[in-house]
Design a protein. Sequence first.
Length: 267
Amino acid sequence: MIDIEGLCREMRLDLLKTGYECGQSAHLGGALSMIEIMAVLFGKILKHDAGNPHWYDRDIFILSKGHGVLGYFVTLKAFGYISEEKLSTFQSNGSDLIAHPVKNIDLGIESSNGSLGQGLSFGLGIALGMKKRQQSRKVYVFLGDGECNEGSVWESASLAAETSASNLVAIVDNNGFRNDGPNGTSDRMAKVWEAFGWRVLVVDGHSLDQLSTALETAKNATGAPTVVIANTTKGKGISFMEGNNDWHHNRITQKIYEQALSEMGVA
Ligand SMILES: Cc1ncc(C[n+]2csc(CCOP(=O)(O)OP(=O)(O)O)c2C)c(N)n1
């Protein structure tokens, strides 16, 4: 059995190390809020094989909030797609691992993202293709609550309900912030998705049990598409980053790195 809790800790430590060692600002708060969701998704839900990333029957994961890429890269390392050495090239010249995902299936990256609001329509297209071929595969699209202010999200949400794309699962990292402050829509997120005809599951996005149950339900759903609204804390795990949007995009200095490590019980 996979130790998901242990993996979450490893992923957070990798995220801080990579953010510090790149020597530049990176999107940190919205990457830290993703960790438990990503660990449960890759550890328990997704059909995937790091040894064979092109496996035809795999599920597809799309990080629509592409700026959360550090949360994605540490997941790819934790699940064997990329090495520690590769991760250490983050945001350096010539690296495959830049500030947003660039499609590279060898590395487990299924789509290029960064311009918010595009992942759900991309995922819906793939899901409808799978449906037409009567495949049992699923598409999981990971969005931010700020990203849900993009009108294009709702164009695809509407079409997904109309086409009964039950093989499409959206996950909203509902941390209550966007880049420039609090996000006014996060408290009525569930109602909006419901109004668009989706099955809505609301969970604590840091509870491994609640995430497992909801994502398992979403995986087995029929009829309508499902959205898991995961209520999270931006900057989760590091006290001075939690709920502090200065850490949306910022640089980890040596002093900050040492403070963060000491909070995590690393000398
Ligand atoms: C189309 C588009 N507009 C603006 C941006 C700049 N931008 C980057 S992150 C961000 C905020 C996104 O908020 P949210 O989705 O809630 O992300 P989180 O708070 O989880 O990091 C914005 C507006 C972008 N990447 N794409």
